[in-house]
Design a protein around this ligand. Structure first.
Ligand code: IVH
Length: 672
């Protein structure tokens, strides 16, 4: 009989796991690392093994994930979506292989395995009927997930229609993820908007996928790799590798280049080490390798347990976590005045990389972590993403730890700090704050803005501290003599730099606009504006109502533009730039009264003559608007091969449908 303590301990572990499931799956805000969760879960399984009489039907060991959130409709998986058992060492993998061969298959011969990358994202199921995507759902608890079809349809790489010949019915399983580069961009945009940043790419993918408004999902850089299937009518593949190849042939994204067939344990272990070495140089985050028995008939022979198949296992990488101490918290002032707290850590080696700083994002995050200076903390490194403080080891507190108050004045200029109620970040309200100036100039010269080569952060900091540059306009006043005061600056290099600065005067208007760092005006918005206005002057003169009337320009952007152009200091800067010869080139001008003037056009399916992007640009150049979704307001739908739900909707609404040829004839563009 289990003692009272064991019983209570068991219940408390169940409660803890349920809470962490909810935090992870429903709120996308985990409080503990995967490794800690695994430890907790293992403890639960150990108790259940020793005291099966304690097991309740709702034990977390009977569930794969967390219950579904209330806001989406439930979607039952026709075949349950299983999870994977983890192995964490060579030894554990050898045990797994031995048990397959000796216990279940009674064979001496080595097994052929397929090794796939284990992407760290969100598992989804896509159902295709007669080759058409009809529904999509998250995994949920493995039996019932959330219906997210509309959100899935916004992901460009997921085909609405499979290439022929498609099976009558096909359930595809895959992992939705965000590439590291895109993740960093997304967080920059979020920060810029004063919205919450994501702790890691997985949370960003989960949060983006579970948006009630599919238009928000559409703006997030989601990608997918398909790795498995549920129902597959008339399936004829004999191996996992063949199944993956077929999925790729159907037009589904499959990570085939990174999937290898190996023989036996040595083959698996050898590949594991190769992959582990490449972990930090991959464009996305993986947390291990999935090893699957290749032969489907062997898979069937091995069968499945309630939560996991016997024929596959997740060979996990060591967690990139360590504990260290927060020595102090520094404050960083960005170009928009946003003040970000940064933890300065006692340097610690986290799987090969020394970590000494971690962004704390904002004071909400500090409160959530209950973080104090002097705390022992767990830090985690995901790819080359800036490390994150995962949690505080409260049990190590000495009582000497100090709270981290929100600053009342700017740490750089002493100016007033304001925090808007709808934003999570406090901002320095002084537009002339020197820290903001440095960041603004850095942004102006950066690759996606004016792209002045040879003027990196190091060179700029020198020019600023030498007093040669205080504003963007000063860049265009620099002389060779000024540059000679810089370190390691010879005649040739100075000449080159001056030339690059000179060249930038003719950069397109969109780059100049983006470079000005107007709040809420990112690269995309800058391009939209540059297509409407032929110069910065005409934009500056335009009133707030006409700005709001532009498609894709919302209230926030319009107000921010009005604030910017209403600021005498900014107007003076623009005048100075103009006088110094900075004359951004107008974008391809929109033809007034062009053949698509005032028309809304949706392009769907694959175009064969010109790339879709070019077709959309063509629409805009001819005065029309290229839209992503069909509505009553749509004038034309250009449908190429593979057009799916958009075409169907257009037919239903009676909208004029054009072939690619008819569209090109209408625009007067010659097919190539
Ligand atoms: S196979 C029965 N393959 O890892 C097979 N899963 O804990 C179950 N994952 O829920 C999954 N990459 O979210 C499989 N190549 C891959 C995977 C993969 C990532 C995720 C997936 C799954 C979890 C297993």
């Amino acid at each position: 009989m289990p003692g009272k303590n064991t019983k209570e301990h068991y219940r408390s572990i169940c409660r803890e796991i349920r809470r962490h499931n909810h935090l992870y799956h429903t709120l996308d805000a985990p409080e503990i690392s995967d490794a800690e969760y695994d430890r907790l879960f293992k403890e639960l399984l150990d108790i259940e093994q020793r005291h099966p009489e304690l097991i309740t039907p709702d034990s977390p060991s009977h569930q794969v994930g967390a219950p579904i959130a209330e806001k989406f409709s439930p979607a039952r998986h026709a075949i349950p979506m299983l999870s994977l058992k983890n192995v964490k060492s060579e030894e554990e993998f050898r045990e797994f292989d031995t048990s397959l061969r000796k216990t279940f298959l009674a064979r001496e011969e080595e097994i052929d395995y397929v090794c796939e990358m284990k992407l760290d994202g969100v598992a989804v199921e896509l159902t295709y009927r007669h080759g058409r995507l009809t529904s999509a759902s998250t995994r949920g608890d493995g039996l019932v997930g959330e219906e997210i079809t509309e959100n899935i349809r916004t992901i460009a790489s997921i085909p609405n229609n499979l290439s022929a010949p498609a099976p009558e019915l096909l359930d595809i399983r895959g992992e939705i993820f965000i590439q590291l580069e895109e993740f960093r961009k997304l967080n920059r945009v979020q920060e810029e908007k004063g919205e919450r940043t994501f702790a890691n790419p997985r949370n960003a993918a989960a949060g983006s996928l579970r948006q009630l408004d599919a238009a928000v999902t559409a703006q997030r850089p989601l990608a997918i790799f398909c790795y498995g299937n549920g129902r597959w009518s008339d399936a004829s593949h004999g191996t996992q590798l063949e199944a993956l190849q077929k999925m790729a042939d159907l037009g589904l994204p499959v990570n085939l280049e990174e999937t290898v067939k190996v023989r036996g344990t040595e083959g698996v272990i050898d590949h594991f080490h190769k992959l582990l070495k490449r972990r930090d140089s991959l464009p996305f985050e993986i947390d291990g390798m999935v090893v699957k028995v290749n032969d489907i008939s062997l898979q069937s022979e091995l069968g499945e347990l309630s939560r996991t198949p016997r024929w596959a296992v997740a060979f996990k990488f060591p967690p990139r976590q360590e504990t260290t101490v927060v020595e102090r918290v520094g404050l960083q002032v960005g170009r928009t005045g946003a003040i970000t707290p940064v933890a300065h850590l006692h340097p610690v080696n986290v799987s090969g990389v020394t970590v000494s700083r971690a962004s704390l994002h904002n004071w909400d995050e500090i409160a959530r972590l209950n973080l104090h200076v002097g705390d022992h903390v767990v830090v985690e490194r995901a790819g080359d993403v800036i490390p994150d403080v995962v949690r505080v080891l409260v049990e190590k507190r000495t009582g000497l730890e100090q709270p981290i108050p929100m600053p009342q004045t700017c740490p750089e200029c002493g100016g007033e700090v304001l925090k808007k109620p709808d934003e999570v970040v406090p901002r320095c309200a002084n537009p002339h704050c020197p820290a903001q100036t440095v960041e603004r100039i850095k942004h102006f010269v950066s690759r996606n803005a004016m792209d002045i080569e040879g003027l990196g952060a190091r060179q700029l900091s020198q020019l600023i501290s030498l007093g040669k540059v205080e504003t963007i306009a000063d860049l265009y006043r620099l002389t060779k003599e000024d540059l000679f005061d810089m370190e390691r600056m010879g005649d040739v290099l100075a000449e080159k730099l001056l030339n690059a600065i000179e060249q930038s005067k003719k950069q397109p208007l969109s780059r100049f606009l983006f470079g000005l760092g107007i709040r809420h005006v990112g690269a995309h918005t800058a391009r939209t504006l540059a297509r409407r206005f032929d110069s910065i002057e005409t934009l500056a003169e335009s009133d707030i109502e006409s700005l709001k009337a532009i498609h894709e320009i919302g209230d926030k952007v319009a107000e921010s533009l009005a604030d910017f152009f209403g600021d005498p200091a900014q107007l003076m800067l623009l005048q100075q730039l103009h006088r110094l010869g900075v004359n951004p080139a107008p974008e391809r001008v929109v033809q007034q009264g062009g053949s698509l003037s005032g028309k809304t056009v949706v392009i769907t399916g694959t175009l064969e003559q010109i790339p879709r992007k070019e077709a959309e640009e063509l629409v805009e150049r001819l005065g029309g608007r290229a839209s992503g979704s069909v509505s009553k307001k749509t004038d034309y739908v250009v449908a190429g091969p593979g057009a799916g739900s958009k075409l169907a909707k257009a037919e239903k609404l009676g909208i004029e449908i054009l072939t690619e040829e008819a569209f090109l004839a209408m625009t007067g563009e010659e097919p190539t």
